[in-house]
Design a protein around this ligand. Structure first.
Ligand code: ATP
Ligand code: MG
Length: 554
């Protein structure tokens, strides 16, 4: 596709350029740190392209690190789907995938170091008491009665916590920072908690787990990450990030930088909400083509190129904004316009009988796979006396603007002959069931000999040779641009987000690969779904031929 090939610049790359000039680093080292508690979505793709893209462009490296400090919500299936999605996007992480849980021993030792330095204490206050002592944005917090426990006693208590002698919620380990700080995250944050849970990597080894803020910065330091890129909601937490690194004995000094998360219109990009859509069956699984997950986009027919191009076009800033769905769709449309083979499919058919064509004849016509790319070759399409066209492409009467088939007039069947509608047959409801036509045998690949002008071209398939296909027409999943702002986002799910048509496709599509996308001429781009089998094909609409989302002066 026509990728914008200028290397993107953004405030993070400018910081890196400066750091390199100042000789702060020899090599740039980034990481992508998903929590394996859901599938990756298009917002994660932004972070992946940023982190892996920087590593590529600066000849550095990027780690994949599972931020797995929350065993209750995490799962090995999520780990596998995330690896698969990063690879699919075209990126390779440095060495083996890492896990924060790889560092549980070290993290525990650093927590002990903080206790020894008088910078952490075990707090037995109830959760309610802790909440009250925390203060508010306008009021300072109060010191816990456990804040002045001696170092020796804290070491004993932390050992007991670790040995499983305290129940969940009975106590926590807190960093001793400042209960009056303007930053809530600095008011003696919890850094370890008791949790009797089986962990997908460490099994039953631990019953205490480190908290995210304590884990992330240390994991970055252990891995020698130079630039730790995260989204804006961690801006305040940067104080805590730096405090931990400054107060433990560790060599490396990673720095955290924040950028704005991607918000996309007509969808939600919060894992909690996406899980709800899956678990409450609003969609058919994580890879439902309506989902903004990488798996959903892939099944919808998006290519890795198109997703990367989208991430390039949206850029990286500190400004919160909402990106139009049309922007994502433009990327896949441009890609497929250039790269997808053409084919013909009829979604809502009506039968055409060509009375002057031999009833038992099957003619193999040749059609180009792509109008602008001869290299994509040709395919053969069977032509027979009976063909199917879209019911919409026929009218008994119409004005000149209607460039399709009209009773008594001519139209070209794409890649085939010119036909003329002679008469129709209708059912009891008055709907046209069959259109009887004649054809001009001398119009294959050329205009009528006597100079008759035939302007319209419509698509068709052979009635006897076409293959039945379930065609899934997907639309936006929500009816409002910002469903997350609604009181209950599931209330604005679009009831017409999936419409199933039982259509017909040309037989060449039996050979299409699963996940291959083709353009159904005049209709849109469609991707062959994994639900296809030998007797029935299934196609998902990736995107229409034109932007139907554009805001037309409303
Ligand atoms: P959610 O809030 O949906 O649960 P998360 O931020 O908790 O998402 P993580 O698995 O922790 O999900 O995210 C891994 C990385 O991807 C983080 O660095 C995070 O900042 C980034 N990320 C997540 N969502 C977005 C988004 N919408 N836009 C850009 N980056 C994102
Ligand atoms: Mg997170």
């Amino acid at each position: 596709m026509a990728e914008t090939d200028i290397r993107p610049t953004n405030f993070i790359r400018q910081i890196i350029d400066k750091d390199l000039q100042a000789g702060l680093h020899k090599q740039i080292h980034t990481r992508f740190p998903p929590e394996p508690n859901g599938y990756l979505h298009i917002g994660h793709a932004k972070s992946i392209c940023l982190n892996f893209g920087i590593a590529q462009d600066y000849q550095g490296t990027c780690n994949l690190r599972f931020d797995d400090t929350n065993p209750d919500k995490e799962d090995i299936d999520y780990v596998n789907s995330i690896k698969n999605d990063v690879h699919w996007l075209g990126f390779e992480w440095e060495g083996d995938a890492r896990y924060s849980s790889n560092y549980f021993d070290q993290l525990h030792a650093y927590a002990t170091e903080l206790i020894e330095k008088g910078l952490a204490y075990v707090d037995f206050s109830t959760q309610e008491a802790m909440r009250e002592m925390r203060g508010t944005l306008t009021q300072p917090g109060q010191n816990s009665p456990y804040r002045d426990t001696t170092v020796e006693q804290n070491l004993v208590e932390f050992k007991k916590m670790t040995a499983g002698e305290y129940a969940e919620g009975q106590c926590v380990l807190r960093a001793k920072i400042d209960m009056t700080s303007a930053f809530m995250c600095m008011r003696d944050p919890v850094i370890y908690r008791v949790k009797f849970a089986h962990h997908h990597q460490t099994g039953d080894k631990w019953c205490v787990y480190p908290m995210y803020d304590f884990t992330h910065c240390i994991s970055d330091a252990i891995e020698g990450i130079t630039h730790s890129l995260c989204t804006l909601e961690f801006q305040d937490n940067r104080r805590l990030y730096d405090w931990v690194i400054d107060n433990i004995d560790i060599q490396s000094q990673p720095r955290q930088y924040e950028f704005s998360r991607l918000n996309l219109e007509y969808t939600v990009l919060s894992k909690r909400k996406l899980i709800q859509l899956v678990e409450e069956d609003y969609v058919h699984g994580w890879d439902d083509p309506r989902m903004p997950t990488i798996a959903g986009l892939r099944r919808r027919g998006y290519t890795p190129d198109s997703v990367r191009e989208f991430c390039k076009r949206i850029g990286v800033t500190k400004m919160d904004n909402m990106v139009e769905m049309g922007m994502l769709e433009a990327c896949i449309r441009e890609d497929l316009n250039e790269n997808a083979n053409r084919a013909m499919a009829v979604l809502s058919p009506v039968k055409v009988v060509i009375e002057n064509y031999p009833a038992d004849q099957v003619e193999e016509l040749t059609a180009a796979n792509h109008p602008n790319d001869e290299g994509k070759g040709t395919r053969s399409i069977p032509f027979t006396q009976e063909v199917l066209i879209e019911a919409d492409d026929f009218r008994e009467q119409a004005n000149k603007k209607f460039k399709r088939l009209v009773l008594g007039k001519e139209v070209r069947l794409r890649n085939a002959y010119v036909i003329k509608a002679e008469r129709v047959e209708k059912n009891a409801e008055g709907e046209v069931t069959t259109i009887y036509c004649s054809y001009d045998p001398d119009t294959l690949g050329k205009d009528p000999a006597d100079g008759r002008k035939v302007k319209g071209v419509i698509h068709w398939v052979s009635a006897s040779k076409a293959v039945p296909a379930e065609i899934r027409l997907y639309d936006r999943l929500f009816t409002t641009p910002n469903p997350a702002a609604e009181e209950n986002f599931v209330d604005c799910i679009n009831p017409d987000s999936l419409i199933v048509k039982n259509g017909w496709v040309e037989p060449s599509l039996l050979d299409a690969q699963i996940n291959q996308t083709v353009q159904f001429e005049r209709t849109g781009y469609f991707c062959k779904d994994k639900d296809s089998n030998e007797s029935k094909l299934v196609f998902n609409r990736t995107v229409g031929l034109r932007d139907t989302w554009a805001k037309i002066g409303d």
